[in-house]
Design a protein around this ligand. Structure first.
Ligand code: SAM
Length: 298
């Protein structure tokens, strides 16, 4: 045993997660630096592409080592650049295939109105050189050795039927009709930014808590262990607390570790932020059918 402490963020380099045992983690949820020149305190976010991919490969190797049989890896990533366009989602998927991981699918995160759509049109309304403006990111879902989660610490995931039906769709976005009186929505999935939300953490690239929370509810049971090797401001740790999972985090920056600790200290255990909706009886039947494990046929 390496003696990992659960529910702790290690202020260390995730290329060597020495504290974590082999085959011990049910889910890894993470978003690596995108190599787009963000100003992280301890990480150089503008490497030459080959160097950047070599860096990521070391992290995926460690992730593969610590995942249990059937354990899942969910990587949130965006494609970057324009000239040339850099399909990071494809490069990372290839790296994970090379490590022998099995792909389960990919989720398109539609960032909707929250994305600051760039006005870099290229040639506006002219065919000479128009530019596509990405309003989405990816969450790549892989697993180790088996599609079935073969080692778990619990029996129940705690996901509601309607959540399962909606969140196992491959596009996550914000349908208008889900907006509640409070202006909050079950599916709200904005990007986080200090400019729009003064409660957002002081970090250059946090993801919304819904992202790790949904993945935990879909892919793990209560009591399971979730790892984030790029913990940043601690969002994955908060989601683990909300959903009653254990977390392990790695983060190289002391400043972000401290921000994460402060967020965790302020966290009040109890109900999930937005409680799961109740299904009407008639819809339960439909949901069960929709949630069947068979592949869809055309
Ligand atoms: C995209 S951010 C993750 C943000 C996080 N999901 C959140 O919600 O705050 C990537 C993080 O990886 C950290 N990082 C970069 N290189 C690292 C390394 N070698 N080991 C651990 N953390 C690293 C950066 O400091 C940064 O906080």
């Amino acid at each position: 045993m390496r003696g990992v402490e659960l529910d702790k963020i290690y202020c260390a380099d995730c290329r060597a997660m020495r504290e974590v045992d082999d085959d011990s983690v049910q889910l890894i949820v993470t978003s690596p630096p995108y190599n787009v020149g963000k100003e992280y305190t301890q990480h150089r976010d503008a490497m030459e592409l080959r160097e950047y991919l070599a860096f990521l490969k070391q992290v995926w190797q460690e992730c593969t080592r610590v995942l249990c049989r059937g354990g899942r890896l969910a990587v949130n990533i965006a494609n970057t650049g324009r000239k040339p366009y850099v399909p990071l989602s494809a490069y990372i998927a290839e790296q994970l295939f090379d490590l022998g991981l099995l792909m389960r699918g990919e989720i398109i995160w539609d960032k909707g109105p929250s994305v600051g759509i760039s006005t870099a049109w290229g040639s506006f309304a002219r065919a000479s050189n128009p530019t596509l403006r990405d309003v989405h990111e990816y969450i790549l879902i892989f697993c180790k050795e088996s599609y079935k989660l073969e080692q778990t610490h619990g029996k129940e995931s705690g996901i509601a039927n309607l959540e399962f039906v909606e969140w196992t769709k491959s596009v996550w976005h914000q349908p208008e009709d889900q907006i509640t009186d409070a202006g909050k929505t079950m599916w709200r999935f904005d990007t986080l930014s200090k400019k729009r939300d003064r409660n957002a953490p002081d970090h250059p690239a946090p993801f919304p808590i819904d992202l790790p929370m949904r993945l935990m509810l879909i892919y793990t049971n209560i009591g399971d262990i979730v790892l984030d090797p790029f913990m940043g401001s601690g969002t994955t740790a908060l989601a683990a607390k909300l959903t009653h999972r254990h977390f392990i985090g790695y983060e190289i920056s002391q400043k972000y570790c401290q921000i994460a600790e402060e967020r965790l200290q302020k966290f009040v255990p109890g109900e999930r932020l937005v409680p799961p909706p109740k299904l009407k009886k008639t819809r339960v039947k439909k949901s069960r059918r929709a949630a069947g494990e068979e592949s869809p046929t055309r």
